[in-house]
Design a protein. Structure first.
Lengths: 300, 408
């Protein structure tokens, strides 16, 4: 159960990496920091709404509200980052953009630590949703939070899938990903499509941040090395699934979640990070383009 | 061409800033206001009102993690040190001179710690150095201090290797070997625990060391360690390790990690239905332990350097002033920072000169110094010999349980 819950979060983050890569062919290293931003905005909102008090009643409405607000805020952040940091470098060598991404990542980490933002202390995410054990399947406890987390993540992924493959905007995104110049000649507003991709990826990362904070309420401080590792694992998920491929990222995320938690439970918890990166090496050796790297011709 | 025009004034401005900066941090020059180059140091070190000491300043340095994962460590320590400096300056300073403190951030990184100490010694020419909290960083900084012959006091590095660097490195906290023994004794004698399970942080030398010392002492005192499980600092999921631990039915769960992880562990411990008390070390000491653990951490114990509820006059005075200045209860790191600074001033009073070797000898000769964290005497290894306290989490605050003295 944990495997599905954690895996679907990895998948949500991996989508942001893979969509940006699909369109711009560069790794947005600041993406995992947007995820952190999402988790911390959720925390700030939950505390602001008074859920830190001991007698606060959990409510589904508030949870949905916080989720949407965090997604909107991170979407705005994603838009701003793209507009200010990446767009001016649209014609610059790819390496410059990559270095800029690392710069943006450091900026977000350090701004997050300032007194007026989130501070340097770890905090406890208030429980906005009531958690209880729903029952157990084959000796595995099923928690309500896990079910809601996985359900929300899967629903968001379905929406994204529909958006990309069944709408005009989605077609535009796929066209830009296929060939930017030709897409522009066909009258597609490339800048708008790229902006939209960033907004989409960032809001999915924010959703992952909120769900992560629900599952693991002890939030590490914004610049903690753990966040970087989480982002890295999501990136691995994107690569395993075939970078640039949306469905591959979903598959890769869930795969990584399973491998990590099953390895920890049945082999040894001491080596949990090693399983993930061993799989990466294996996939790169056997099938460098990722599991779905070539199977689907259309990339986004 | 345009860029050339703008570049020239910038260069001049930079040079000017550099020159004025360099002359400002001479240290032994009788400065008027003591306005050094200190962009890193906040103005608190200068001291506000009170009787102004006449003859110049003594510059001391502090390096600590002011940002990064362990930011609370550096910040608390710095608060404690600054309080000691203000107190001392208000009382006339040391040898008629004002104490001035310069703090550099090492971001919790070993290479930065080395650079910070080098900067303090070669650029700022400090008389003595205070720092660090984490043992790995004190090792990096201590080697530099030893090389230049400038005394360094670590407020709270508990790993034995730190003071083994050489005769210029000291500490005012107890060692992990003692702490492990204290916890084992408490578990055996007070909690009457026969079986202990251990969950430690494999990425921290501190946690691994403490685990080994606890295990040794606990088994020596007739207890059984049922299982040793590990995690990596920052992990969020401990269900695999805790399921194994639950199966061994321990009487106590020993978690010698840092407070963030301990809080997270406690949530999952209770979620899995393990009800035995948890036991930890001084790494648990932070207000965030209760903030993260909430109900789950209630009733658990940890060993610490002092408790703010102790009745000793040193403790009362310190807690009162710290609360007035910073608006919160000081943690153990703040108390140790305060003690390290005061012990240094005490040694400066006794030393004939403030030259490295003489000052170092004076620190080494400290006997029966009444600190907030207990009565401190330096032993032949430049380690502090002192007592430890055990506290229990009750209603979100650590409540004083008992003091355990070192074995004679």
């Amino acid at each position: 159960m944990d495997g599905v819950a954690v895996g679907s979060l990895y998948a949500l983050i991996a989508l942001g990496y893979t969509m940006v890569y699909g369109i711009l062919q560069f790794i947005n290293f600041a993406h995992s920091d947007v995820f952190v931003l999402g988790a911390w905005i959720s925390y700030t909102l939950a505390v602001g709404l008074g859920y830190a008090a001991a007698d606060a009643e959990p409510s589904v409405l508030a949870a949905v509200g916080i989720l949407l607000a965090a997604m909107a805020a991170c979407g705005a952040a994603g838009f701003t980052i793209e507009r200010l940091a990446y767009r001016p470098l649209r014609r610059a060598p790819r390496l410059n953009v990559l270095i800029t991404a690392i710069g943006v990542s450091l900026l977000l980490q350090n701004v997050g630590q300032l007194k007026w933002s989130f501070g340097t202390q770890p905090q406890r995410m208030p429980s906005v949703l009531a958690d209880r054990v729903l029952g157990s399947v084959a000796g595995v406890q099923v928690h309500l939070v896990d079910l809601i987390g996985a359900g929300t993540a899967l629903a968001l992924m379905l929406v994204l899938d529909r958006l990309i493959f069944h709408t005009r905007l989605g077609r535009a995104m796929r066209a830009v990903s296929h060939d930017t110049t030709v897409a522009a000649l066909m009258g597609i507003n490339v800048d708008a499509v790229i902006s939209f991709t960033f907004v989409l990826g960032s809001s999915l990362a924010a959703a992952a941040g909120f769900l992560y904070a629900m599952k693991y309420p002890g939030l590490n401080q914004p610049a903690h090395a753990t966040w970087v590792l989480l982002g890295l694992k999501a990136f691995v998920a994107a690569v395993i699934g075939g970078i640039g491929n949306v469905r591959g990222a979903m598959l890769g995320g869930i795969l990584i979640g399973f491998i990590e938690l099953f390895g920890a439970a049945y082999l040894s918890p001491h080596l949990r990070d090693i399983y993930v990166f061993s799989i990466l090496i294996l996939v790169l050796l056997v099938r460098p383009s990722g599991i779905l790297g070539r199977a689907v011709a259309e990339k986004v | 061409m345009n860029s050339n025009v703008t570049r020239i004034p910038t260069t001049i401005a930079l040079t000017l800033a550099l020159v004025s900066g360099l002359s400002g941090c001479g240290g032994n020059k009788p400065a008027e206001g003591g306005a050094g180059a200190g962009s890193a140091a906040s103005p608190a070190g200068g001291g506000g009102g009170g009787p102004k000491p006449a003859g110049g300043t003594i510059l001391i340095g502090h390096y600590g993690s002011m940002t990064g994962s362990e930011a609370t460590f550096g910040q608390s320590t710095d608060n404690g040190i600054r309080l000691a400096v203000r107190e001392r300056n208000a009382a006339g300073g040391v040898k008629g001179k004002t104490i001035e403190l310069k703090t550099y951030d090492d971001q919790g990184k070993a290479q930065e710690a080395g650079t910070a100490v080098t900067r303090l010694i070669t650029d700022d020419r400090v008389t003595a150095i205070l720092g660090e909290v984490a043992s790995t960083l004190s090792l990096a900084g201590g080697r530099v201090a030893q090389q230049y012959g400038v005394p360094m006091i670590s407020p709270s590095s508990t790993n034995p290797a730190v003071t083994q660097i050489g005769d210029m490195v000291f500490r005012v906290c107890f060692l992990d070997s003692f702490q492990g023994w204290v916890e084992a004794k408490f578990a055996r004698e007070t909690l009457k625990a026969g079986k202990a399970a251990i969950l430690y942080d494999q990425s921290q030398a501190y946690s691994k060391g403490l685990k080994d010392y606890f295990k040794k002492a606990f088994e020596y005192q007739g207890g059984i360690v049922t299982t040793e499980q590990a995690y990596s600092g920052g992990d969020q999921d401990f269900s695999a390790q805790l399921t194994t631990i639950r199966a061994t039915k321990p009487d106590v769960l020993f978690v010698p990690g840092y407070y963030t992880d301990a809080g997270n562990v406690s949530i999952q411990v209770r979620k899995l239905g393990i009800t035995v008390p948890m036991l930890g070390g001084d790494g648990w000491d932070s207000t965030q332990l209760a903030a993260i653990g909430k109900d789950a951490i209630e009733g658990s114990y940890y060993s610490n350097h002092y408790s703010f509820q102790e009745e000793r006059p040193e403790v009362k005075n310190f807690v009162e002033k710290y609360k007035a200045d910073y608006g919160r209860v000081p943690d153990g790191l703040a108390a140790l920072g305060y003690d390290a600074a005061r012990l240094l001033f005490d040694a400066m009073d006794r030393a004939e000169s403030l030259e490295g070797k003489t000052l170092g000898a004076a620190i080494a000769a400290t006997k029966g110094f009444k600190g907030v964290t207990g009565i401190i005497s330096m032993d032949e290894n430049r380690d502090a010999k002192k007592s430890a306290v055990i506290v229990q989490m009750k209603g979100g605050i650590p409540v004083y349980v008992t003091t355990i003295e070192p074995p004679q």
